[in-house]
Design a protein around this ligand. Structure first.
Ligand code: IVH
Length: 667
């Protein structure tokens, strides 16, 4: 095989593997059996080793986790991972003390009181100090191998200080309340279903087939137990915890050694009150016999150790009244219903509103205006209406219906097939302009200080700014004419607007509000494309070649750019001097022999697919478009090429066969 052929093969393999990845991860519809997939990855890896210059970060061979395990592999735990029995009152804990209290070597025992973190159990196996296996609990005997996903957890040591022959530890993987709030807000904005609580979010994230998604979810872990150890012994649980800490494991330092029921009572009262100040959600506390010899002696029931018990906090749900359901419109026209509640204190703050997300949720929970409802904070942060107290109904409650007409522009509201959201599809709905502009200037977008929603409304109402580009032509005297705008604030505002012109390009890319393209995606794209234009005109293949960018996002980018108003917006922003450079590199290699050239590929090729030829063109820095024009440099034709070939001949554009094209890249 010549070098050119090998490079062609690399390009073709990358594309093929990515296609299988998309079919597998995004569409849940695998297209080839595992062993064949593995063979392709191996072939690619071999070729990349042969030609180190072809190694790129976004090659499927470089992705964390690749795709070795399709369904998670089952793993048998070295010891059964037991569960805990529960106590719901101090009396039950007093019983537990009586049951377990026994002298150990003539001394009295004590207990360790810990937080019961609301996540999911993971068991981690280290061999000679190196993490070998991460598994879920499963049924306690057999769990799932989620090693690649576990490895993405921040702060988890992959190697330990000591290299004991074997160490198996157990801990809780969880999502912090802060991250849970951000994740759900993002999902809500994209019209995706939200996670009910951080535990579900953590479980869903850890059991992702694509470790890149787990990595994005930012899970954390706290280790609380040694399941198995070779080459070391301990007398107490406390010693175990210190050893784990020394080895580099994240452990929860807030545990307390206790010996009496009074101390236990104090710890419970303190944390019942203070639990909301923790960065993670807890659903109770765990009381463990400290002396390991005593724990061993107590033994286990079928499911739980007799030497430990969970104390569960009473659920913190609060009753209030659903006064009304308000509709707000987002920048993509989605209607979001919000519960207006009789204000009540819940978990440390006064709650008067809660998002109901969509009409389905209102129907499923059978919520009616006027209902007595139970509310809580999901993940201790996001207020949520849990259920209606139907037994308290008087008959005066009103069933909610989504409006048939848009409350702002009176155009019909539709619920697109397969979506949970209702939308106003009128692109000119005043709500769109307003929300787009608010989003454009917000801290997640261009981050223009002094341009809050109030000022945006003033600008819109006075006709000074309708589109984001108008912001950059605002005049001092226009702004001075607005209410509550003094000289100083006008000058500050103009300065902030001017400064935003030199924001990093990913900020503008985010601020454009292309559906599905949030800050994270924008930053990612910025690493691969030199400027915003090149993102917007990239082919689906180029976009989806980037790990984590799927077909849905690619399609969304195309749809956005197809709209004339958006093309005009980009051009205006550029003319006005707003930075659109991103600084990334395209998927091209080092050899840019096709730079500045435009190709059209048409007909059925002999040895390659059209897509493969197009990606070779991109690899060598060229561009492949769909239609032949005067600007086209070459047309590559296969069999049954048809009208594009004719047009090329008419315009005197060189027509190449597949072999002639390949000869152009032969060194
Ligand atoms: S000890 C034999 N300690 O709670 C050891 N469990 O309801 C048994 N959990 O499956 C577990 N925080 O996932 C222990 N500090 C902690 C914990 C904890 C959370 C979870 C764990 C377990 C469940 C039992």
């Amino acid at each position: 095989m010549s070098k050119t052929q090998d490079i062609q093969r690399i390009v073709a393999l990358r594309q093929e593997i990515e296609k299988h990845n998309i079919a597998y991860y995004e569409q849940d519809a695998p297209t080839i059996p595992d062993d064949q997939y593995d063979k392709l990855v191996r072939e690619l890896a071999d070729l990349e080793t042969k030609y180190p210059e072809t190694q790129v970060e976004n090659s499927p061979t470089q992705k964390v986790g690749g795709r070795a395990d399709r369904r998670f592999q089952q793993v048998t735990h070295i010891r059964q991972l037991l569960s805990l029995s529960n106590a719901f009152s101090l009396e039950e804990l007093a019983d537990f003390l009586r049951r377990t209290q026994q002298p150990v070597d003539g001394k009295t025992m004590d207990y360790i009181f810990e937080h019961k973190i609301d996540g999911l159990t993971v068991a981690l196996t280290y061999e000679n100090g190196v993490l070998q296996l991460g598994a879920t609990r499963g049924d306690g005997f057999v769990g799932e191998n989620v090693t690649d996903n576990i490895k993405t957890i921040k702060g988890l040591p992959l190697t330990l200080k000591d290299n004991l022959p074997k160490l198996v530890v157990r801990g809780e993987a969880y999502m912090s309340k802060a991250h849970f709030a951000v994740l759900n807000a993002q999902r809500d904005e994209r019209g995706e279903t939200v996670f009910a609580n951080p535990r579900n979010a953590a479980a869903g994230s850890l059991r992702q087939l694509d470790a890149a998604i787990t990595a994005e979810r930012e899970l954390e872990v706290l280790i609380y137990d040694i399941v198995y150890i070779e080459g070391k012994t301990f007398l107490t649980h406390e010693e175990e915890l210190s050893y784990l800490r020394e080895q580099g494991f994240p452990i929860n330092p807030l545990f307390k050694r206790v010996a009496t029921i009074a101390e236990i009572d104090d710890f419970i009262s303190y944390w019942q009150e203070q639990r909301h100040s923790l960065p993670f959600e807890i659903d109770g506390l765990v009381l463990k016999v400290n002396q390991l010899a005593a724990r061993d002696q107590l033994g286990n029931t079928a499911k739980a150790p007799r030497g430990a018990i969970a104390y569960k906090f009473p659920a913190e749900e609060v009753e209030t009244k659903l006064l009304d359901i308000e509709i707000s419109l987002g920048r993509t026209g989605v209607l979001t219903p919000t519960a207006i509640l009789d204000p009540v204190p819940v978990a440390g703050s006064i709650i008067s509103r809660a998002s109901l997300h969509n009409a389905d949720l209102i129907r499923e929970r059978d919520l009616r205006i006027g209902d007595a409802v139970m509310i809580r904070k999901a993940g201790d942060v996001i207020p949520e209406v849990v259920r209606a107290l139907t037994e308290k109904r008087t008959g005066a409650e009103k069933i909610f219906a989504m409006p048939a007409l848009c409350p702002e522009c009176s155009m019909p509201i539709v619920q697109p097939e397969g979506e949970v959201a209702h939308r106003c599809v009128n692109n000119d709905c005043p709500s769109r302009h307003r929300e787009k502009l608010i989003y454009f200037v917000s801290s997640g977008g261009m981050d223009i200080d002094g341009l809050g929603p109030q000022v945006v409304m003033q600008l819109l109402n006075s006709g000074l700014a309708v589109s984001p580009a108008d912001l950059y032509t605002l005049k001092r005297e226009d702004l001075l004419a607005l209410e509550r705008m003094g000289e100083k604030s006008v000058d500050n505002l103009l300065q902030a607007i001017a400064a935003s012109k030199s924001n990093p390009g990913y900020r503008l890319l985010t601020a454009l509000g292309i559906p599905l393209v949030g800050e994270k995606a924008a930053k990612l794209l910025a690493g691969y494309f030199p400027n915003i234009d090149s993102v917007l005109t990239a082919t689906v293949e180029q976009l989806t070649a980037i790990p984590e960018i799927g077909e849905k996002m690619a399609a969304s980018i195309h749809q956005w750019y197809e709209k004339e108003e958006n093309r005009i917006l980009i051009n205006k922003l550029k003319e006005l001097g707003v930075n659109t450079t991103l600084g990334g590199e395209t998927l091209a290699g080092d050899d840019l022999r096709f730079q500045g050239m435009t190709f059209v590929v048409t007909g059925t090729m002999e040895t390659m697919t059209r897509e493969e030829i197009k990606s070779l063109i991109a690899y060598y820095g060229g561009k492949a478009t769909d239609s032949v024009s005067k600007k086209t440099n070459y047309v590559v034709v296969g069999e049954n090429a048809g009208s594009k070939r004719e047009k090329a001949l008419d315009l005197h554009i060189p027509v190449l066969t597949e072999q002639e094209f390949l000869a152009m890249i032969e060194k």
